[in-house]
Design a protein around this ligand. Sequence first.
Ligand SMILES: *Cc1c(COP(=O)(O)O)cnc(C)c1O
Length: 565
Amino acid sequence: MNTPNVAYFSMEIALDPAIPTYAGGLGVLAGDSLRSAADLGVPVVAVTLLHRKGYFRQHLDAQGNQSEEPDVWNPEDALEPMRPTVSITLEGRTVQVRAWRYLVQGISGNSVPVYLLDTDLPSNAPPDRELTHSLYGGDNRYRLCQEAVLGIGGAMILPRLGHGRIESYHMNEGHSALLSLFLLGQHLAGRSVASASGEDMDAVRHKCVFTTHTPVPAGHDQFPMDLARQVLGEEWTKSIGATGCCHDNTLNMTYLALRCSRYINGVAMEHGDVSRDMFPGYPIRAITNGVHAVTWTSPSFRDLYDRHIPEWRADNLYLRYAIGIPPEEIRQAHAAEKHALLADIRRTTGVALDEKALTIGFARRASAYKRADLLFSSVERLRWIAQNVGPLQVVYGGKAHPRDERGKDLIRRVFAASAALKDVVKVVYVENYDMLWAQKICAGVDLWLNTPLRPQEASGTSGMKAALNGIPSLSVLDGWWVEGHVEGATGWAIGDGPAVPEDPAADAASLYDKLGGTILPLYHGRPADWAIVMRNAIAVNGSFFNTQRMVSQYVANAYQPKIEV
Ligand SMILES: *Cc1c(COP(=O)(O)O)cnc(C)c1O
């Protein structure tokens, strides 16, 4: 492989189902990006934290109350310890950082090294040893320390690991933005930050790429300057001032990354528009997310594609030719995946779902804006539809962040609706949603539901996983669905989309209209036509919304340092 010249920084990366170092879509995207970079032979090296205690294991009681326990794993079993250490200063203490290596193997022999940073060393003070234990755990101070380990420790350790010629530092979300201040210090080579000029900033900008993921202001990390001074010390605080990244007396990681990057992008076309409105004056582009096609295509569909379009693994564009696969074969492949999912659900929850009912899937982080309960806005109407139009059932999954009370409440509301509907519509909620459940649910249901409050779903990727398995979406027109939706051909829209103001009551009414008026009659009444929709989902969306296309776009637009914005 070529010497890596792109360093990809992400607070979470979903490397493998057995390595619980991810919380949701951001980490899965990072993992999928690296899998495709390895497939394509793009010279990338990645940096994240070890998260020794994992993201938590979720338990749900009979009312849907979530409890959490650490998901401890053994880095020794999965990773190779690296020798070099670097030290950074946090709160005046020296903190040693080391790295563990994981190799993401590509399809034709290339690999991408991933370094998971670890401060759990005997030479560190006890509280510092815990800094790389918990993903999104702890308070603001803990979070800022983690971001310093990631951004500063990560940029520092790369040359020690043999990666000394990085041309592009890609910040996947703002968590790693302190790396830009490290690069500034390096560039100044002993000169004081007070002397930093526009040209010095340009030199840093020349090296950095930033992808923003959150259209919600509260989703952008901010730290009071007093805390920044306490944790990072006086010199770093001065360079925050010198770069003009202090906003309202806070260190804002998004502004830091925006100011220090030559290429900036949102994660879908609509999200690019929203981000330009949020951050006027910054040249924000957009590259729409994708998923790693082979990872998210179920065994039955892998077999199907291998038979009809064997080139699809090396070149996902060949999925376009799924348009020639006989619909009956698509139905058979899907029936096998549905059967397998229902068997898993029966084994783990004891609930026997009906193979003939339209099975709706909704699985993702339980976060308020995703509105897992929109489907139950009117339990009466849903009951009426199921009784009068055709049988349906619903599969849910998703963890709420341990401190997200509104997210936890959403899970309870799904349980309450499940109890209220139980004689007519079966609703199951699987515990501990993770990559493995995602693979099964995104392949085994009949319809993928997504109901975010616009414009908060920057992209969303679970519907792309579903499309690779021939599953159409019923979704609010937000994020990727603005681009992937062709009404009645690849799925269905809830509401009217970005041009019209968000209206939750109208969304709910539209959801019921589509479900009762169009989707259920098609599913139960015209199965051959339903199979054509499935096939379109693969050919139109599976062929495009994958990370092979996405990483190629990053190479063409973001990683070529010669192309300036
Ligand atoms: C794909 C995936 C997500 C992202 O789901 P969205 O619907 O895009 O939010 C979250 N969690 C897991 C485990 C996933 O595999």
